[in-house]
Design a protein around this ligand. Sequence first.
Ligand code: ASP
Length: 436
Amino acid sequence: MAQKRLPLHTKILLGLVIGLVFGLVCIFTGIPNSLVIHYIKPFGTIFVNALKMVAMPLILASLIVGVANLGDISKLSRMGGRTIGIYMATTVIATTIGLVIVNIIQPGKIITEETRTELMGMFEKDVVLKADEAKKFKEEGPLQPLVNIIPDNLFDSASKNSNMLQIVFFAIIFGIALLQIKTDKKHIVIGFFEGLNDVIIRIIHYIMMFAPYGVFALISTLIVEIAGNNPSKAVEILSALLLYSATVLIGLLIMILVVYPTIFKLFTKVKYRTFFKGIRDAQILAFSTSSSSATLPVTMESVENNLNVSEEVSSFVLPLGATINMDGTSLYQSVAAVFIAHAMGLELSLTSQLAIVITAVLASIGSAGVPGAGMVMLVIVLEAAGIPAAGLALIVAPDRPLDMCRTVVNITGDATVAMVIASTEGEQVGQKRVID
Ligand code: ASP
């Protein structure tokens, strides 16, 4: 009898649910944490590493091919201007939403003196670490981000995933140069990168076959690590911060359920449901890995194959988005900043709230697409608004689960903008691509 095989996205979802249940079973049956850390966690790490492994070559090949096939450079500058403009606009909207809801719900005001002292004592070390990481950003001049985009050695920058923007820059310049070369030789180079692109996409398919197991490993390990050696203590701390977490989640839901659908209605002819279905694999991966950069290969593949966005749009808009567009992160940063201020008994003036909007927008642009990056940059937001950075200790505990959710919003925002740009370029987006 022929067996019906489960579609991949169902398997990945199953991996997530089973991982969650397994993690809880481990905690409550007393299975030693070390067993999970030594024998299950490595499979999650292998999966994330494999995704990161293809990110650089994918961006390089697909962006070079995309730009070289554009036909003329004016399209590139038009697309660039629009992309950055929409990215900025959505980030400002996200930050403002965060600020409005945190001022309405005011979760910081219910934190008791006792909880505050306890949390500050428990997470003091984390604060020192984060503040140290943030220091390097604070010491930079205002034009440093611009300087950082131009690599001084291509091979050196291609060896670190954190240098994504440098590779984007090189690929664009390379593509433009290719576009302008008149001789036949250019076809050899374009052909090479097209071939490389196809190979990388094939490798992504292989990696995705492992995704259900990778997701299982990531989620079960996470549960065990959050619970630590004292699960009831972890539950106690997390419930003290329930209203704060709920405020962040409400904001993120508003982005997903109101802001992006509205953008879709205004700028595309695609149903939001179709879009959502098209990017669900990427969303599940964003949730499981807490990393927009690691998810990038799958986000690109999903918008191209499931939603028919052209390569030139996706390979330009999405790597840029994974590094600079973080709507979920900026929303979280504004909620967290006000929460910390209130919990520490500070009232924020309008000027401080405005400083939060501006720095949260900039901090989210500066946050890398890796787990926990948003919290490091939060230090800068806090200092700009005159809130003591030590208050970070108050929000360390629920950060990882919130990071998982804000990363989903981050990549959904990127994909939304890719759809908008493709639509405004006259592409027939929204259907599955026919692959031969
Ligand atoms: N983990 C987030 C991302 O990769 C960044 C953050 O908010 O920490 O998009």
